[in-house]
Design a protein around this ligand. Structure first.
Ligand code: ZN
Length: 401
């Protein structure tokens, strides 16, 4: 038996008055997802355990059964692996945004105006030339999503931080790094990064590429640090099964690399509504030929939810149904495959941020007898036969283990 998970990032939501007290998922036309619910069993799944960041990397680790409460390495290390940056055993990798801070000290934009790739790459290279040494290195990623690595035993990952996209319009004096323990390493790391941050600020505000920009990259913003990930391989965890992962997003691809899955790059996969849906479907079907499991992640719905745009969210959900789920189900009709369907977490359009409510899940295909649920939705899924799942119960169910 082969297995495939359809992952609709950020799809779950709340009932909305403007939709007649229905959720976007209930209001959208979703015949393919409804078919999975009707032919299969339904339930709910906890993807964001308490005490961890409510971020997509944590949630997708949960879906894949890798217990983030025990194993979460931090976003910095996951993205470092995704970008092929080799981390030594004592290196602490940080996600390092380029951000805009006003002259009055307010964090205005976590993305420096979704800074152009070329400009960002040049700034990171210049930061590396100016400040990089054997203790700190700067690494260019995509746009504002860059990395900083601290090298050596003098540094610690036990530092509390503020996620920049959740901290906009706040004074940076309220957003400072703080040590999470009493060690001299944690205190030293905070002092080192504060000093580096203020020197980087002086350098960036004078940089010619920042002249005449509406949202200049005035500052670096280190967050979500961690050591080299030591995650078990997917095939080791799951009885030798070979997995492949398809996503437009670095952090999801990084998760695949950290767990030894094949990471399939799809040209034109953008993470938004203009993504190459047909390319992702073709890649998933091709990967399923020589893998036991395919994880098919689509980001667009999450982005529309963060924008707070209900019309776009409805369209992204209908696109996911018609352009991803429907053609995959059709191509694999009658074959020995089991399917799972879920979002990684809700992004209620009214809140525009992730919440920890358990998500609706449907599983259908080989060996699955239908329960009485006829539509895929937040409201109906809890009444299905699958019940409330945790840990690796969902992925094992889809894998037939
Ligand atoms: Zn997500």
């Amino acid at each position: 038996m082969k297995s495939l998970i359809f992952l609709a990032d950020g799809m779950a939501d709340h009932p909305l008055a403007e939709l007649g007290n229905r959720t976007p998922l209930e209001a959208a036309n979703t015949p393919a997802m409804d078919a999975i619910a009707a032919r299969g069993i339904n339930g709910t799944f906890l993807t964001l355990p308490e005490g961890l960041p409510t971020s997509s990397d944590v949630a997708n680790m949960s879906v894949l059964g890798f217990f983030p409460e025990r194993n979460y390495p931090g976003r910095g290390p996951i993205e470092a692996v995704s970008q092929g940056i080799a981390l030594g055993p004592e290196d602490v990798a940080w996600r390092c945004n380029l951000v805009t801070v006003s002259p009055e000290g307010i964090l205005l934009d976590y993305s420096a105006g979704h800074i152009d790739n070329g400009v960002a790459a040049q700034l990171m290279a210049d930061l590396q030339r100016e400040f990089g040494d054997d203790r700190v290195t700067f690494h260019s990623g995509v746009s504002y999503r860059n990395l900083l690595v601290l090298h050596g035993r003098e540094f610690s990952r036990n530092v509390d931080y503020h996620k920049p996209d959740s901290s906009q319009d706040m004074p940076v004096t309220e957003l400072r790094l703080t040590p999470l323990d009493d060690s001299s390493e944690a205190a030293h790391t905070v002092r080192f990064l504060e000093e580096l941050g203020s020197r980087a600020h002086e350098f960036l505000v004078r940089h010619p590429l920042n002249r005449n920009q509406a949202s200049p990259a005035t500052d670096i913003w280190p967050w979500s640090p961690g050591y080299r990930p030591e995650l078990p391989a997917f095939s080791e965890r799951y009885a030798g099964k070979k997995g492949a992962i398809i996503s437009a997003v670095d952090v999801i691809k990084g998760l695949g690399k950290c767990t030894g899955m094949t990471v399939v790059d799809v040209p034109g996969a953008t993470g938004f509504l203009d993504t190459n849906y047909a390319g992702k479907v073709a890649a998933a079907l091709a990967a399923l030929r020589d893998h036991d499991f395919v994880y098919l992640h689509v980001e667009a719905i999450d982005e529309c939810s963060h924008l707070g745009d209900l019309k776009l969210k409805l369209r992204a959900i209908e696109d996911f149904d018609a352009k991803i789920v429907a053609p995959v189900l059709q191509a694999l009709e009658g074959q020995d495959v089991r399917f799972g369907l879920l979002p990684d977490h809700p992004v209620p359009i009214e809140l525009r941020r992730h919440t920890t409510t358990p998500v609706p899940v449907a599983v259908c295909g080989s060996g699955i007898e239908a329960d009485s649920v006829m539509h895929y939705s937040e409201r109906l899924a809890p009444g299905g036969k699958l019940g409330f799942l945790k840990g690796d119960e969902l992925v094992k169910r889809v894998l037939g283990l």
